[in-house]
Design a protein around this ligand. Structure first.
Ligand SMILES: *Cc1c(COP(=O)(O)O)cnc(C)c1O
Length: 468
């Protein structure tokens, strides 16, 4: 409501202004606290609303100090500007925003080339909201292909998907939502991810596929995708079962192509049917964008594909969502264009250098034992050394929080539940300088931690919540 009185006689022109434009009753905003759990009865001035929301968000952690997340927390200002210019474009409206659709198509082509699709023009792929959606789509394609091959037995037979117990939670979701049995290869001793032989042994005529992870969220290690394919080749020779592989490259599919060119994990392996990655992890884009690619049209059953209008014709789409912002896809294209292969290599190499350096310095503190060294994903996991009895990893995680650092502590899954670790995820933006500050803070905590009478953590489950 404006402060001045309107004319007695109603205005000739109908009111057509956006209610957001009116600074309604600025005094009200100063005297009444709005309800939190029901819609306020009346509007408030934008400055008041902005201040209220901002004040509350101050208590969120600082994303740059969040060493738990794989997701991009720093981009160049130009990328931020581009994203804000595109946030009003809906990705699904291919006909209205044909250039955005074209940029998405180019990103898919670039990834097909990067991941060595035998014929990049035959590869198919799409953007998603992240790897979780991409994994759902890839899993659906595997399931549909299996159901087609087994039309005489399905429904009836129960499909299964083979994976390491270290899979990211999205695969448990996939199996739950799409009614597929999750067959998990347990950890064993110092092997913290899938064993190719054990995976092949879990396969049978109802296996829709095997998931290989590049790399594991638990410790940053790459799973041996080539060995997995070889084990499945041998299985096919023995039994005739031809089981496709999906590579969950949420992080590693944007690291390995630049830093580990000799590692064969992608479409160079004929058994690899599909690959996903998170554009918002080492693809270096703010959340949420992911990518799913299939090696050729046979790998993605045609009946799963929907068509939307596009410049008078139609364009195939494959997605769980309908509407989605175009900004992230545009930012991905910008980053591809901006960095190129050399740029990505330089960024990922410096992140790996930071990870290896921090891992070494943590090991040198003498209280810790490294499980991984940051030389695959720029991520490392470590636990307390044999002789440390006064405190545990959960104490370390809690004390680091006092300095603003978020470092998750969690217990490993079955067969290694005795093992609890801390994990540090290095990302672009976690510079050598910040890394120095982190190691200094950790070192300064040690004298106090060593003086504890015993580990203080009681509720270990509560501490494990945030490592994915
Ligand atoms: C992060 C991650 C996912 C889930 O990806 P989102 O992009 O967060 O949906 C799946 N798999 C692996 C291996 C991951 O690291």
């Amino acid at each position: 409501m404006p402060l001045h009185e309107g004319p007695e006689k109603p205005d000739e022109r109908p009111m057509s202004v956006n209610p957001f434009y009116g600074a309604a009753d600025p005094v009200g905003g100063m005297t009444e606290a709005p309800p939190k759990h029901r819609l306020p009865g009346a509007p408030m001035p934008p400055a008041t609303a902005h201040q209220l929301v901002r004040d509350e968000l101050m208590l969120d952690g600082n994303s740059r100090l969040n060493l738990a997340t794989f997701v991009t927390t720093w981009m160049e200002p130009q990328a931020g500007v581009l994203m804000s210019e595109c946030r009003d474009k809906n990705m699904i409206d291919k006909d209205e925003y044909p250039r955005t659709a074209e940029l998405e198509r180019r990103c898919v082509a670039m990834l097909a080339d990067l991941w060595h699709a035998p014929d990049p023009s035959a590869a198919v792929g799409c953007s998603t909201t992240g790897s979780s959606e991409a994994c759902m789509l890839a899993g659906m394609a595997l399931k549909r292909r299996w159901a087609r091959r087994n039309a005489d037995r399905y429904p009836g037979a129960r499909p299964n998907l083979v994976m390491g117990v270290n899979v990211q939670v999205c695969w448990e979701k996939f199996c739950n939502f799409w009614e597929v049995e999750a067959r998990q290869v347990p950890m064993e001793g110092d092997r913290f991810h899938l064993d190719p032989q054990a995976a092949a042994e879990l396969c049978d005529e109802n296996t829709i596929g095997v998931v290989g992870i590049l790399g594991s969220t638990f410790d940053g290690s790459y799973e041996p995708v080539a060995d997995l394919c070889a084990a499945l080749d041998a299985l096919q020779e023995r039994t005739g079962l031809d089981i496709p592989v999906h590579v969950d490259g949420a992080s590693g599919a944007m690291v390995a192509p630049f830093l580990d060119e000799d590692l064969v994990w992608d479409f160079r392996l004929p058994r690899v049917a599909s690959i996903n990655t998170s554009g918002h992890k080492y693809g270096l884009v703010y959340p949420g964008v992911g990518w799913a690619l299939w090696r050729d049209k046979e790998a993605l059953p045609e009946e799963l594909v929907f068509r939307v209008n596009y410049l008078g014709g139609d364009m195939p789409t494959f997605a769980l969502n309908f509407s989605r912002p175009g900004a992230q896809v545009v930012a991905q294209y910008y980053t591809f264009l901006r960095l190129g292969r050399e740029g990505y290599r330089a960024v990922q190499q410096s992140t790996r250098d930071v990870a290896r350096g921090v891992a070494e310095r943590v090991a040198a503190l003498d209280d810790f034992r490294l499980l991984t060294r940051g030389d695959e994903l720029p991520v490392f996991a470590f636990t307390t050394a044999e002789h440390v009895e006064a405190y545990d990893v959960f104490d370390v995680s809690r004390r680091l929080r006092e300095r603003g650092w978020l470092v998750p502590a969690y217990t490993f899954p079955p067969h290694r539940e005795d093992l609890s670790v801390l994990r540090v995820v290095c990302r672009n933006g976690f510079s050598e300088d910040l890394a120095d500050l982190f190691v200094e803070d950790l070192a300064q905590l040690l004298p106090e931690l060593r003086r504890q009478p015993h580990p203080f953590t009681r509720d270990k489950d509560a501490a494990t919540g945030f490592h994915h």
